[in-house]
Design a protein around this ligand. Sequence first.
Ligand code: NAP
Ligand code: MG
Length: 409
Amino acid sequence: MDKIKMTTPLVEMDGDEMTRILWQMIKDKLIAPFVDLRTEYYDLGLLHRNDTKDQVTVDAANATRKYGVAVKCATITPNRQRMEEYPQLTEMWKSPNATIRSILDGTVFRTPITIDAIRPVVKNWKKPITIARHAYGDIYKSVDFATTEPGECTMTFRGESGEEKTVLVQKVDGPAVWQGAHNKDSSIRSFARACFQYAIDTKQDLWFSTKDTIAKIYDGEFKKIFEEEYERTYKAQFQELGLTYFYTLIDDAVARVIRSEGGYIWACKNYDGDVMSDMVSTAFGSLAMMTSVLVAPDGTMEFEAAHGTVTQHYYRHLKGEKTSTNPMATIFAWTGALKRRGELDGLGDLVGFGQALESACYDTLNAGIMTKDLVGLVEPGFQATAVTSEEFLDAVACRLKAALSGGEG
Ligand code: NAP
Ligand code: MG
């Protein structure tokens, strides 16, 4: 078999712990035998981030801007406990995902991988629901405090021009709590663009929800910016593709989502997205089956798994145990990136390879060969066997090889 050729490199960001082990296995067993893989490799493993004073993360993000497509392994975000575990760390480095997101000005879209044997808790969901979470501002960059006596609170904006604007927040007759939050038009606009762009790229309807009946100015601004962007830039393409942009109130959206069949993108404000993405992913099954893609307003994409480095499994791996860690979301990060690279470069066989690898994964799961985390989730009566990560990957490789050589002969 001739290996599939690539013309432009993928930006490859390696990571930590169990997912770093899976990363290498996926490349060795599922990609390198079939694709003449060209990547620009960045080692985002914690120790190399430390050695480069985190410059490697910035370099990887800039390379992603240059090439347009990246694939990322899960990485450790150090906390106090990690500082003890890795005494050589010179600083508690920031989350690589936050660094990359801010350089790309991107929005995160999370989509579950679904199979027939694992039914969503919501029984009418037939297709995946993708959640887009605005990852800037609101309560996540707010200030708050408590007061203990009667009084009043005002909020003042002081412009650089010297102009001031003050409003009374509330007059209270006793102890109270207060909060000041903001968002930026530029961030809301980037969020809107990434959502419309991703809807076009994945040919799915876009839903957007806020509470603009209550927060008339604050949420009203989100609604207005989305409408402006839609009318100005995306409406024609939406109509051409038969797609719908649908705005509704958050509570109406929740009711409709539950009654829907799925198969659309639901754009959420920061807090709504935080809560709803956990609800939707749990209702679909497992964090190990959740994919994630960071989309910049210009369509640059970075693909990854939504889960972390699966630390507990890594410690068992270090003791020599063969773990049953689910590689699905990491494999789909690779297929997502390879398909996108293929689409951008007009390489039909690279797109086809990504699809064939995904099919081989589905076939393997449908044959009842799956990691431990999924075995407990299958419908009664479905025969499933728990295998190790390595056995799962071998089973996928076997099906992939058959499909690709069958396609040629
Ligand atoms: P996690 O790595 O997602 O794992 C939490 C638990 O979920 C695991 O212990 C495991 O449960 C289950 N799980 C997650 N992925 C799985 C998979 N592929 N296969 C089977 N089970 C899976 O989250 P965490 O333990 O909170 O975080 C570990 C490290 O990951 C942290 O250092 C954190 O900073 C980092 N992290 C990175 C990213 C990222 O790079 N995008 C995201 C989140 C967290 P059982 O142990 O019960 O089997
Ligand atoms: Mg959350």
